[in-house]
Structure formats: structure tokens, C-alpha cells
Design a protein around this ligand. Structure first.
Ligand SMILES: Cc1cc2nc3c(=O)[nH]c(=O)nc-3n(C[C@H](O)[C@H](O)[C@H](O)COP(=O)(O)O)c2cc1C
Length: 542
């Protein structure tokens, strides 16, 4: 291994250790929130020409179930309306909440602390009112800002690219050093949100995993220091290819780089706060260590053949379900889910060709679930392990070195789902303790910790650290939607005691590491909050 590769890996491992929450202390954070520097939730580019997007999601008919039936949705042609729908159902607002004089927006994609560090971009060919170029999406008003006007088409007419970037400071303002992890998880949620929205339009999405961060920066204009003079910088995350036909088109990086270099750039990024009372150099270091170089794209291997998954019982339209997704703030401690609903959720976590969201990723699963089952009808309470890929079973068995574990196959569980009962016990108290003492991990039907094959993942390079979180965030987005479809609700859990969780499983070393937790159950809704429609304000503003 060359010296630079090794020192980057060392930096990532160091960050990972120091950003852990421990029973005797949290990862370094600001301590108290400085409200004077609370980040502006929206980024815009002053002076960039704006294209208002129509609000079309109400008219989209596919049901949530249709997303999983191959060829049941006729692909929509690429148009201003279909691009508008893609954004409305992925990064668009879903509601405003109000308490007294305070109002805050919720979006289709969730975010740790509702801080939304993820920014979205589209690179489009000439489509109606949109001329070829690079656009930034402003979710507040559901519009596209033209950052770069290309002098010629750089993409075929059947596809567009969606680029994602993160403003780390937005998240670090509240969470300090652990914020880099949350930015990556949020990015994973956003990726899956784009995938589900594209599925509603009959489109496919692939991660362009060979692209390097420097090129993504150049194509999206994130490297243009002059356009971010007073403003917080954005870090390149990834590029997604959205295909409106089954043609599996490719986008040529050199052509796009040239189009961006020759194009006319416009707009100045808005500063998110008047000043910063704290900076987090450890985040800059890990971000630098994780920069991705150009790599050969991963070969797309078809996932192993497996039975068709059980259908969702949900009858809602996909557009309704996606926009009603919310995080539960508290659970009722009563509501159960059925064991078949749980199996359906687990089954959706196994990649299948042309089934969202996993057909977006070229790699086989790195992340497995440790489940705290509290209230699942037909499944005794206890600790369970769900192994998402067949080859991960042996390493997991050797890493989970807790002698008390039974490793019993669950009676009645479909054969292809590798679900094991480790312990028959009431795990509510331990689940709550491990989730930074949050009651949401105990009052739900079940909660879980995601275990990543950490050392194996990092073998590719330090940059793969981010990809592990993206996969975890995608699992989270899947659980949010599947929970809504099952008539219950989910909440992501970024706050958990990392090594206490590992120790409870007998895990030593870093072969497996927990990167995200989640909880699903019957939500208690805070009746004191008013809910307002997402875009009622729009006409007044534009
Ligand atoms: C990565 C991530 C971590 C989160 N961690 C927690 C958590 O530890 N505790 C909690 O109550 N909510 C957590 N949430 C939920 C967010 O607070 C919620 O998504 C945000 O307030 C926006 O609300 P919404 O999901 O209803 O749109 C998390 C969400 C994400 C995406």
C-alpha cells in the first residue's frame, strides 16, 4: 500500500474513533447551540436565472406497490414537468410545521436535526424551457437556478444527471465532530429519495461510482471559489445517472468537463450565517482524507436469484406516501407490527434487479441489521440478526463473539431471509440505553443497529468510508417508506453509544462497526404543532 493511501486510511480510522459517542462522554461538539449563527436552511445562488418548476406530484397515479412490479409504470418522457416531479418527490418540501411564531420546513428526504446539509443539482440536455446546463435545486420555492449555461448539449435527450453535495458546517453547527457522519447518512437518504422518485416516473437510476470528487466539483461548479466568496463551501458527494429509457445510457465525463469549462457560470452562493462561532478542523481533515479518486466503475453483477418479495399491503399512491413520510418524535409503547410486515421490510433490503432502491448501487450489501424486537406479533421479543448477503454470514458469526447467542433460525421465516434469533429477552431497556438513552428505541415495535463490514469496506480506499454511510442512509430511507406503508412510522437514530453497542454483541476490533440506528412503531403525534402545506407561500415569493 503506498504511503498516501495508508495515511488517508489512518485519518479516516482516527476520525471514526474520535467521533464515537461513549457512555462516559459524547464526541466533541459545541456544547450549547449558538442561535445567532443558526444556519440558513436553504442555499441559493444570487443572480442565477431561475426556472419555476410546476407542482405536479398530486397528479401522479402509480401506487406505492407499483414501484416494485416490473414494467407496471410507463416511463415518462423527459420534460420540465417530469424533472419537476423528480425533485418534488425527492428533495422537495413536504410540509411546514409551526409552533407559535416559529416555522420550519420538512422535506421528502429526512435529515439529522432537520439541518439538511445535502444540496441537489441537475445536469440536463435541452428540455423545453430548460436549456442544456447545470442547475441548482432550491427546495424552498421548488425552482431550478441555472448555474451554468452550456454552449452545446452534453447529454443524450433521454437522461439527466443528479449531483449531490454537502455543506458540512450546516450540520457541524449543532453536532460538532460527529457531523461528517450525519452528512453522509443524509446523503444516503437523499440518494434513495431520488431513486424512489425516479421509480414513480418509470425511470432507472445508477450511481456513477467511478467518478472522482474533483471532477464532480468541476462539473457542478463547487470548485468556483469566486462564487462562494462569503459563503460556506459545498463538498462533492456523488453523481447519479437518471435514465428515462431502459437503454442503460452512459454519460461521458470528459465531455461534461469540457461543457462545464466552456459554459457561462452565474450566481453567488448565499452565506448561511453572519459568522461561525466554532470550526471543526477534524471534519476538514476527514473530508480531505475521503476524497475519491477516479476509479474503474464497479462491474454490475446481478444479485443472486431469489423469490419474488411479498407485496406491500399499502394502497396509497407513491406520491402520497413519499410526501407523508415523517419522523416519529415519540412512540406509544403499544402498537405492534405483524411478523409478515417485518419480513416484507427485511425482504426489501435484499437487492433485486430493477427494484428500488438497491438497483442504484453496483456493490453487494455491506450492512446487516441487529434487531431489538419489542412488539412484533408472531415473533418473541429479543435480539435478532438479519444478514443481508449470504457471504457475510461466516464473518458475522465469528465477529459476534457473545457466547450467550443462540443463532437459531426463526420458524416460519421465508427461507431466503437469513434471520437469526440471538437472544430471547426483553431488550427495551438496553435498546434505550444504547441509543443515547432515547425512549424512541424502546417504545417502538422494533429498533435496530446497522452493522457495516467496516474493514472489508475500507479495503477499497479511505473514500469507501462515505459509501458505507450512504448504504446505511439508503436503508434508513427504505425503512421510513416501508414503515409508512405498514401504517406505522420510523425515526433515524444517529445518536447511539458506538462501542457499548459493539461490546454488547461481543464485537472487538473494527471488522464490523455500527454506523446508524433506526426505530419503527406507532407514533405519538404532537398535537400542539400546526401543519401547513409545502408550497402555499410560493406565489407570494416569486
Ligand atoms: C441521519 C439521521 C439521524 C437522526 N438521528 C435522530 C436521533 O438520534 N434522534 C431523533 O429523535 N431523531 C433523529 N433523526 C430524525 C430527524 O430529527 C428528522 O429527520 C428531522 O427532524 C426532520 O424531520 P422529518 O424526518 O419528519 O422530515 C435523525 C434523522 C437522520 C436522517
Amino acid at each position: 500500500m503506498n504511503e498516501q493511501v495508508e495515511s488517508r486510511l489512518e485519518a479516516v480510522r482516527r476520525y471514526h474513533q474520535r467521533s464515537k459517542h461513549r457512555l462516559d462522554g459524547f464526541a466533541a461538539g459545541p456544547g450549547r447551540l449558538d442561535w445567532a449563527t443558526q444556519p440558513e436552511p436553504f442555499r441559493w445562488f444570487e443572480g442565477a436565472p431561475r426556472v419555476e418548476l410546476p407542482l405536479v406530484a398530486d397528479g401522479l397515479e402509480p401506487s406505492y406497490r407499483d414501484l416494485y412490479q416490473q414494467n407496471s409504470i410507463t416511463p415518462q418522457p423527459l420534460s420540465l414537468e417530469s424533472i419537476a416531479a423528480l425533485f418534488e418527490l425527492s428533495l422537495g418540501l413536504s410540509a411546514w410545521k409551526q409552533s407559535g411564531d416559529v416555522r420550519w420546513a420538512l422535506r421528502c428526504n429526512p435529515s439529522s436535526g432537520n439541518l439538511h446539509p445535502t444540496e441537489g443539482y441537475a445536469i440536463v440536455p435541452n428540455v423545453g424551457a430548460l436549456s442544456a446546463g447545470v442547475y441548482h435545486y432550491l427546495s424552498r420555492d421548488h425552482l431550478l437556478e441555472q448555474r451554468c449555461a452550456f454552449t452545446r448539449d452534453a447529454l443524450p435527450s433521454n437522461m439527466l444527471l443528479i449531483g449531490l453535495s454537502s455543506i458540512h458546517w450546516r450540520e457541524a453547527w449543532k453536532y460538532g465532530e460527529r457531523a461528517f457522519r450525519y452528512c453522509q447518512l443524509d446523503c444516503g437518504h437523499a440518494m434513495a429519495a431520488v431513486r424512489y422518485a425516479a421509480a414513480v416516473l418509470g425511470w432507472s437510476v445508477r450511481l456513477l461510482d467511478g467518478w472522482d470528487d474533483e471532477s464532480i466539483s468541476r462539473v457542478l461548479g463547487l470548485d468556483r471559489t469566486e462564487d462562494f466568496a462569503q459563503a460556506e463551501r459545498e463538498h462533492p458527494d456523488l453523481m447519479l445517472l437518471v435514465d428515462t429509457t431502459p437503454a442503460h445510457s452512459t454519460a461521458l465525463l470528459p465531455e461534461l468537463l469540457q461543457a462545464a469549462a466552456d459554459g457561462a457560470w452565474q450566481g453567488q452562493a448565499n452565506p448561511l450565517a453572519p459568522y461561525h462561532s466554532s470550526e471543526w478542523p477534524e471534519i476538514d481533515l476527514v473530508a480531505e482524507a475521503c476524497l475519491k479518486p477516479l476509479t474503474p466503475p464497479t462491474a454490475w453483477l446481478p444479485p443472486p436469484a431469489q423469490p419474488v418479495p411479498q407485496q406491500s399491503g399499502c394502497r396509497l399512491s407513491a406520491a402520497t406516501l413519499i410526501r407523508q413520510r415523517r419522523s416519529a418524535q415519540a412512540f406509544d409503547g403499544e402498537t405492534t407490527v405483524s411478523v409478515s410486515q417485518l419480513y416484507r421490510m427485511l425482504d426489501m433490503m435484499r437487492p433485486r434487479p430493477a427494484v428500488p432502491p438497491w438497483d442504484l448501487l453496483p456493490w453487494s450489501p455491506h450492512i446487516h441489521l441487529l434487531l431489538f424486537i419489542h412488539r412484533v406479533d408472531g415473533l418473541p421479543s429479543g435480539l435478532y440478526l438479519f444478514v443481508r448477503s449470504d457471504e457475510a454470514e461466516a464473518p458475522l458469526r465469528s465477529a459476534l463473539a457473545n457466547g450467550a447467542f443462540e443463532w437459531g433460525r426463526v420458524e416460519g421465516c421465508p427461507e431466503h431471509l437469513r434471520l437469526y434469533r440471538l437472544l430471547h429477552a426483553d431488550t427495551r431497556e438496553i435498546a434505550e440505553q444504547l441509543a443515547c438513552r432515547q425512549a424512541i428505541a424502546a417504545d417502538s415495535a422494533f429498533s435496530l443497529g446497522m452493522l457495516a463490514a467496516f474493514d472489508a469496506g475500507l479495503k477499497q480506499g479511505a473514500w469507501a468510508y462515505r459509501q458505507l454511510y450512504w448504504e446505511a442512509g439508503m436503508l434508513g430511507q427504505l425503512l421510513y417508506l416501508e414503515a409508512e406503508a405498514a401504517g406505522v412510522r420510523g425515526t433515524g437514530i444517529g445518536c447511539y453509544f458506538d462501542d457499548a453497542f459493539h461490546a454488547s454483541l461481543g464485537i472487538e476490533g473494527t471488522q464490523f462497526q455500527s454506523l446508524y440506528h433506526f426505530t419503527v412503531g406507532g407514533a405519538l403525534v404532537d398535537q400542539r404543532l400546526d401543519t401547513l402545506p409545502p408550497y402555499a407561500h410560493r406565489n407570494a415569493k416569486l
